[in-house]
Design a protein around this ligand. Structure first.
Ligand code: G
Ligand code: G
Ligand code: NA
Ligand code: MN
Length: 252
């Protein structure tokens, strides 16, 4: 069996899983959102998520995969609401999805079926991936945003980016890449870059999330710098949905 046919079967037979990683507000210490991250647990040889996604992108499977992710996320959020957890859920969207002419309509119809989730399903896009097809990505994101999908710029500061392009995107949140956060406590240059990024993003009206926060010292620095939210192993690695529910109940 080739890897791609294995992936196609996993997609068709519930062989993939969505893990969730929480995002915490640094002012209130409350959990305010989750990021959905794909996993392929059934494989004897584990495969990293970015490899799974690359394979899906190269073979056209990213279209059904992202649609499966979105359906799962809406079902999971319904369960979260039932349990009293009105958290946002962020979904990573591939530039290939933004090239599907019917993607905005698919999303709008799906959101219409789940009216309780308006504004709470966030699409994460990376600056680098947007640059492959800037005009078309902008058009698709504007259309999605108009039908109630907030946009978050992922991996900010890690790749090729153009601030003059990013300012045109209908984004409300910026996620500072883990590479700028990991050594914040020891690298003075990283502190300058992160502090300046937070100030610039706030002046432009974005909320700021720091990714890859692994210790209290880094969280304290980010709080002093005015960062809005953190995500990372300090809180927890991404968890299967059942474990996430237990984790949430113990966290508050
Ligand atoms: O959890 P981590 O190793 O797992 O994720 C690796 C990469 O895979 C990240 O860059 C993340 O954005 C990407 N990724 C994880 N899940 C998804 C998904 O559902 N869709 C897309 N397009 N990318 C994902
Ligand atoms: O979508 P994005 O490229 O930002 O994917 C996030 C990636 O970072 C995933 O692979 C996720 O599992 C991973 N991750 C989440 N928190 C941490 C952390 O605190 N440290 C490290 N090293 N990786 C993390
Ligand atoms: Na992401
Ligand atoms: Mn990221």
């Amino acid at each position: 069996l080739t890897l791609v046919s294995e992936l196609r079967q996993a997609l068709a037979n519930d062989g993939l899983a969505l893990f969730m990683q929480p995002k915490q507000c640094l002012k209130t210490n409350r959990i305010v959102g989750l990021e959905a991250l794909i996993r392929w647990p059934g494989r004897a040889q584990p495969i990293a998520a970015d490899e799974t996604i690359n394979l899906a992108e190269q073979t056209g499977l990213i279209r059904p995969l992202t649609r499966w992710v979105l359906e799962q996320v809406l079902e999971m959020r319904s369960q979260l609401l039932d349990r009293g957890w009105p958290l946002s859920i962020s979904v990573n969207v591939s530039p290939n999805n933004l090239r599907e002419p019917d993607f905005p309509i698919f999303v709008q119809r799906l959101m219409d079926r789940y009216p309780n989730h308006q504004g709470a399903i966030i699409f994460e896009v990376t600056e680098t991936s947007m640059m492959q097809d800037p005009a078309n990505s902008l058009k698709a994101l504007n259309s999605l945003n108009a039908s109630g999908i907030p946009v978050s710029i992922d991996d900010f500061g890690s790749g090729y980016s153009s601030l003059s392009y990013i300012k045109q995107l209908p984004a409300s949140e910026i996620k500072i890449d883990r590479s700028l956060v990991t050594e914040l406590a020891t690298e003075a240059e990283d502190r300058v870059i992160v502090q300046t990024t937070i100030e610039m993003c706030h002046s432009l009206g974005y909320r700021v999330v720091a990714e890859g926060v692994e210790d209290h010292g880094t969280a304290d620095l980010l709080r002093e710098m005015g960062c809005d939210m953190i995500q990372g192993y300090l809180l927890t690695p991404p968890l299967p949905f059942g474990e996430l529910l237990e984790w949430l109940n113990q966290s508050n």
